[in-house]
Design a protein around this ligand. Sequence first.
Ligand code: ARG
Length: 269
Amino acid sequence: MKKILALTLALGLSASLLAGCGGSGSSSGSADNAAGSDTEATAEDSAASEQLVMATNATFPPYEFVEGGDYEGIDVEIAGKIAEKIGRELKIEDVEFDTLIGGVQSGKYDMGMAGMTVTEERKQSVNFSDTYATGIQSVIVPDGSSITTVDDISSETKIGVQQGTTGDIYASEDYGDDAVTQYKNGADAVQSLIAGKVDCVIIDNEPAKSFVEANEGLTILDTSYAEEDYAICVSKDNEELLGEINDALGELKSDGTIDSIVEKYISAE
Ligand code: ARG
């Protein structure tokens, strides 16, 4: 697997993703139940009640995050549109990222949408929809770090990641488990970087930009670590829903809805 691509990130792109974050029109629902809510609603109930239960991990701006008690973000809004198209009411479950696939596989949730990268390994467990976005694994370092390119990372580097993400998986493969410290979410990894407990954080580029904007003294390396596709995962037993999601995504792509949602959160310069 060729993961390391010396791809230059246009840092100019890092401009405000906060610009569009206050949107109130999303069908995001309340986040009162956030943080591992142990709700009774399962995918089995949802067919009866016409809900579409989406599992996510809302610590991942601009794709999913909680603001003012509501779920916001690119995934949240796209999911709202998909639910509308297939005539179901979107219900969001905020869970730990590394429990998403198991929950979708077992039928607890109808779908998982969380800036989730399509990987061959995950495809063994779940089906993925068509992709609706691309991501890049980026490296965040403190300003003035001796790590100036991806090539400076080694098994001696202390690398922070969000547990169970591709950043975690790739870094562990490339540099060994001992080099990698797993955190519950990206924000915790970044706090640890600021505190000097790790030397860098490997995380998806858009969350990286948002964390760097929200904190002083951090830089994203110009070279990225891996390139990826994001898609929605669905149980292998639910081909019907997969088809409906792909049809909805196709329409939302061709009528420009997805582009405009993405533009609302990510300013293209
Ligand atoms: N793209 C990465 C992956 O699929 C990270 C996704 C993390 N998403 C989240 N909502 N926390 O592994």
